[in-house]
Design a protein. Structure first.
Length: 605
């Protein structure tokens, strides 16, 4: 494989020149939570240091490891910044679907950046051939990949030694995201996991890996179904019941004064379905005299909490994980059978009938289509969708054209085929794009590099450390608010000053940027464990820096590297003579790492 020290030297020579982009707002040190003095050693080996000034502050220099020189550039509103004029916003009556006469490789790759865990040259060719809607239909038709649950069982993780561990969870997550062919399902499933959050560390059950895997399976199984069905499935899931503390929730005790746990009732409305404030169909907040109108109040939460009492595990057998795959059942002894009032509805009698009535009431609420639609758009396309875009998708959520509400297939198509998702004219708009999630950066590289694990170890493991890894790891959020919140805007930056949001910046600071680049440097050079990159397609182009960088630009960065970035990367590649030892692998490694470190790649547009 390529020499890590050689790559470090070349990156050190070129990285400072990578990342200028006229389409970015100056967010200065957006989201920066650590001072230069706090960054210190990232634990990423013996990378040389570069003295740099962070954020352009006079005198604020620090010796950081390779990759830190791009920190100020990465912390430029990577969510959609603007130079260039705004594209006229389509109205709600504008046709949703964009159907170009011919789809270019760059357009296909951009589409795949929104619909998969990473493009490949073969998938790009398929999109060009099948066109956008045909490719989506093909993905809808694919059978579900081996479930996380079945994979854990098949690989022997259901042994007694694992009863109180998380062993195997990260492996099955990485495996499915990277190698399974049902890539649209994987991408939608991960978007749902960002929204309907369960983190394995907060699942207070034995067999945590199985319980959390069963929850992720619920999201994947229902990714192309109906949102109401999904609401019911997460409500009766053991991991969710434990994570939001309604598992075994008891009715009020008049003697002790104990009241039902309100956690799930609150988060179901606030985070999963409705939001805090009443919404118009375009996602804008309804107000009265300038004051936002609340969606619900404390009485609605306490009333709804009475409904979610009695839900319990289907079995008391703890020696196997099997009960965590079964839906929760109603324990009548602790279930509230009296009346419960919430959101203008009253139910009585308790049991699963009351739960179903409560979920039906929430599902019928006018907030649900715009609230869910906007978050899905944010996860797939842009952090700042126009009201018209939200309104068009929300209208499809409310009615798929055949009278069905919550049809995920119709909603997914509405999001991905909309003019704001597909038209090249939107690329220069001030609200275009989003900061690419750290996990999506890794999987994009891994899929290009044909990463696999013959041993099924999938040794990436937990990547949530912000000092040595990605600051994110799917299924490992520490709270129900996810690693980042949909309305987050880095304070005192061009983003917030422009009234925009940039959710992923909540986990972006100098330390996490340095950690990401150092971590990816090691992976690009050597992989990890038995996961070794296969760059054979790229090494065939290594002698021609233009061809090499162009291929990486198209497949990995969807053609969004600026001319300045391409020039800087080519110069770094060409500084390694084609006759040098390991020239091909080193030239490929330099081109890949500089692309992965560039704001052009980090900004998904």
């Amino acid at each position: 494989m390529m020499s890590a020290s050689s790559i470090r030297r070349q990156v050190g020579a070129a990285v400072a020149g990578v990342g200028t982009d006229n389409h970015m707002l100056d967010a200065e040190r957006a989201g920066a939570g650590a001072s230069p003095e706090d960054v210190g050693d990232t634990g990423a080996g013996d990378a040389p240091t570069l003295p740099i000034a962070l954020g352009g502050a006079t005198g604020a220099s620090a010796a950081l490891k390779i990759g830190s020189a791009i920190a100020p550039a990465v912390l430029l509103a990577a969510c959609g910044g603007g130079g260039g004029g705004s594209t006229p916003t389509p109205t709600a009556s504008t046709p949703v679907v964009v159907t170009p006469a011919a789809i270019t490789a760059t357009q296909a790759s951009r589409f795949l950046a929104q619909t998969t865990m990473g493009a490949t040259r073969a998938m790009i060719d398929t999109v060009i051939s099948r066109r956008y809607e045909g490719w989506i239909d093909d993905q809808f038709a694919l059978p579900r990949a081996t479930s996380h649950w079945d994979w854990l069982n098949a690989n022997g993780y259901n042994v007694a030694a694992n009863i109180n561990s998380e062993t195997g969870f990260d492996a099955t997550m990485w495996r499915q995201m990277i190698v399974e062919p049902d890539q649209l399902r994987q991408r939608i499933g991960m978007a749902l996991l960002d929204m309907l959050v369960v983190g394995i560390g907060g699942v207070n059950l034995n067999w945590k890996q199985f319980a959390t895997a069963a929850y992720v399976d619920v999201l994947l199984d229902n990714a192309f179904g109906n949102y109401r069905t999904l609401m019911g499935a997460i409500t009766t899931n053991a991991a969710m019941g434990s994570f939001l503390t309604f598992l075994g929730n008891r009715k009020a005790n008049t003697t002790t004064g104990a009241q039902p746990d309100e956690n799930y009732a609150r988060e179901l409305m606030q985070l999963f379905t409705l939001g805090l404030y009443q919404l118009n169909m375009d996602g804008s907040v309804k107000t009265n005299g300038g004051t936002p109108l609340e969606t619900y109040g404390p009485a609605d939460v306490s009333g709804l909490a009475r409904v979610f009492t009695g839900l319990s595990l289907a079995s008391n057998v703890s020696t196997t994980p099997d009960r965590y795959r079964q839906p929760l059942v109603m324990n009548a002894a602790i279930n509230e059978t009296g009346s419960a009032t919430f959101l203008g509805t009253t139910v009585s009698g308790g049991g699963t009938a009351a739960v179903d009535k409560a979920l039906d009431t929430i599902f019928a609420h006018p907030n649900l289509p715009p609230f869910v639609s906007k978050q899905l758009i944010q996860r797939l396309v842009t952090s700042n969708p126009s009201p018209a875009y939200v309104g068009r998708v929300a209208s499809v959520f409310a009615n798929n054209g055949s009278g069905t509400r919550g049809d995920m297939k119709a909603v997914i198509k509405a999001i991905l085929l909309d003019t704001e998702a597909r038209s090249d004219d939107t690329l220069t708009g001030t609200t275009a794009g989003k900061l690419r999630e750290p996990v999506m950066r890794l999987t994009a590289w891994a899929r290009l590099a044909k990463i696999n694990s013959a041993s099924n170890a999938w040794a990436f493991g937990d990547t949530s450390s912000q000092s040595t890894r990605l600051a994110q790891s799917m299924g490992r959020s520490g709270s129900v608010f996810n690693f980042f919140r949909p309305g987050y805007a880095p304070p005192a930056t061009g983003i917030s000053n422009a009234g925009l949001v940039a959710p992923e910046f909540q986990i972006t600071n100098e330390q996490s940027v340095v950690a990401y680049v150092n971590y990816m440097q090691g992976l690009v050079a050597n992989g990890t464990g038995d996961m070794k990159p296969d760059y054979s397609d790229l090494t065939a182009k290594a002698s021609d820096s233009a061809a090499l960088v162009d291929e990486i630009n198209v497949v990995l960065a969807a053609g969004q590297l600026s001319s300045a970035t391409v020039t800087a990367i080519r110069a770094a590649v060409d500084s390694v003579a084609t006759t040098a030892t390991n020239a091909a692998t080193n030239r490929v490694g330099i081109a890949l790492l500089l692309t992965l470190a560039s704001p052009d790649f980090l900004t998904q547009r």
